[in-house]
Design a protein around this ligand. Structure first.
Ligand code: ADP
Length: 470
């Protein structure tokens, strides 16, 4: 398996090689062609100049006598060699003074540049290179490419210094290309490392989290996609950490809640077996009540776990919520009377139909009413009301359970809907529940698409409201 760093670097290397190679090649071709054009223009001008000077010379002297000096001057700093023959092909001047007196045919010279004077052919001149100075043209083959006898066509002679200059330029292009390529690769290595480093850090941290170390976080080093990925990773790790903590807390809470009734049952049974207690109604009732607490706890746990995992099946039907809370009021009124707590109801006479699960709606109301009764002392009052209410522009019904009991301390109020949360000053366990009642109310109302909230003043009482959509 190729590592990502190799892949990125490989892609970069390929791109750099291709772009630098192509650019250098194109630059070389262009330079060579431009240079050739430039040389051709210069050579053509040179040929034309030689031709006109020689024809002026001949016009003036009507012979080629003493033309050698002029020929040498004409050649000047141009490379190669100039030869001049008369109209009959006899070489009359040579800048290298070697072939004078010989015929051009002897040296395979052909297609010389003609020199015409007043319409008459006065001679030919040849511009030759030496073997070392001509590029692409061999000795004796003509340093020009005169295609006709006017001697005026393009000449492609590149002299040695010119060729050296061209080579030098080409080399410079390649060297610049290679240097630019190396710089790009160096930069690429640096960038690859910058990209790969946070990915590697993320990878290491992900392994740590997978191994159960949920406190692991990565440093967010940039604001780009990798930075966002690091932030998402940290969020994920945080939520896993919170979940793990709450799972551990839940297990501890459950163990604690189960232990208390079991200890009572075990102690009572032991007492009966050891003959310390009578197996009478009182002790058997204790065992039965604690068993009932366990059963209720297990049922509550099941409800809450189903609701939290979204698997709570609601038997939705058209139900009359007014009828439900009227029934709950009448049920709690007996217990309220026993405790000398008055129950006031404010429920409209007519029916109020909503879509909901009657059993769960009964459960929600019963939980709130039993809490209110538990936290209201004798002489207190509980008010149960139902009214229509818009919530976030949606029509629905609001049920309120208000009491003038002990109230909830402001510090506890935001947590009372949490699982197993119990207000510290709450009465003894025998009076209270497991701290699951309100958590169940919250899950059930939300499963119905509703909301629940509480208001309370310590020492004055509490009001629990839940709203359900129609
Ligand atoms: P529990 O089953 O233990 O009552 P709940 O989830 O129903 O647990 O309630 C959580 C906490 O909220 C309780 O410990 C209790 O102190 C507090 N509480 C609930 N209802 C009231 C109320 N009407 N008045 C005062 N405190 C309340």
């Amino acid at each position: 398996m190729f590592r990502l760093s190799y892949k990125i670097f490989g892609a970069l290397l390929l791109t750099v090689l291709l772009s630098v190679g192509l650019t250098s090649f194109a630059a070389n071709q262009l330079t060579a062609s431009q240079f050739r054009q430039y040389i051709i223009r210069g050579n053509t001008e040179f040929i034309t100049g030689v031709e006109s000077t020689l024809s002026m010379y001949y016009t003036q002297y009507q012979s080629w006598d003493n033309v050698s000096t002029i020929l040498v001057q004409l050649l000047g700093s141009n490379g190669g060699r100039l030869l001049l023959s008369d109209a009959g092909g006899l070489i009359v001047a040579d800048t290298q003074n070697k072939w004078v007196g010989h015929l051009t045919d002897e040296y395979n010279l052909s297609d010389g540049n003609t020199i015409n004077v007043s319409g008459t052919l006065a001679g030919y001149f040849y511009w030759l290179g030496s073997e070392s100075s001509a590029s692409g043209s061999g000795y004796g083959k003509g340093m020009h490419s005169s295609q006709n006898n006017t001697g005026n066509s393009a000449i492609t002679i590149i002299t040695e210094p010119q060729q050296q200059l061209l080579d030098e330029m080409n080399r410079s292009v390649w060297i610049s290309g290679i240097l630019a390529g190396l710089a790009a690769l160096g930069l690429g290595l640096l960038l690859t490392n910058q990209i790969i480093r946070p990915i590697n850090a993320l990878n290491r941290s992900a392994r740590q989290v997978a191994g159960g170390k949920f406190s692991q976080r990565v440093r967010v080093e940039s604001r780009d996609e990798l930075g966002e990925l690091a932030e998402s990773f940290n969020h994920m790790a945080k939520s896993l950490e919170t979940n793990e903590q709450s799972r551990q807390r839940l297990l501890a809470d459950i163990a604690h809640e189960l232990r208390t009734p079991l200890t009572v049952i075990e102690g009572t049974v032991d007492g009966i077996l050891d003959g310390v207690f009578e197996a009478d109604t009182r002790h058997l009732t204790t065992i039965k009540e604690e068993s009932a607490t366990l059963t209720r706890l297990i049922k509550d746990l099941r409800d809450i776990s189903l609701a939290e995992s979204g698997k709570l099946k609601l038997e939705i039907a058209q139900v009359d919520i007014a009828e439900i809370i009227r029934r709950q009021a009448s049920q709690i009124s007996i217990l309220a009377k026993d405790k000398s707590v008055s129950l006031v109801t404010d429920i409209p006479e007519n029916s109020s139909v909503i879509s909901g699960d009657a059993t769960r709606l009964n459960q929600i109301t019963a939980n709130l009413l039993s809490n209110a009764l538990r936290h209201t002392s004798a002489g207190g009052q509980i008010t149960l009301s139902l009214k229509n209410m818009l919530y976030k522009d949606k029509s629905g019904v609001m049920v309120s359970v208000a009491d003038n009991g002990e109230g909830i301390p402001p510090a506890d109020l935001p947590h009372i809907f949490d699982r197993f949360y119990r207000v510290a000053t709450s009465r003894a366990r025998s009076e209270g529940g497991s701290g699951l009642g309100l958590a169940i109310v919250k899950e059930m109302t939300e499963a119905h698409g509703g909301y629940v909230w509480a208001e309370s003043l310590l020492g004055k009482g509490s009001t629990f409201n839940y709203w359900l959509p129609r």
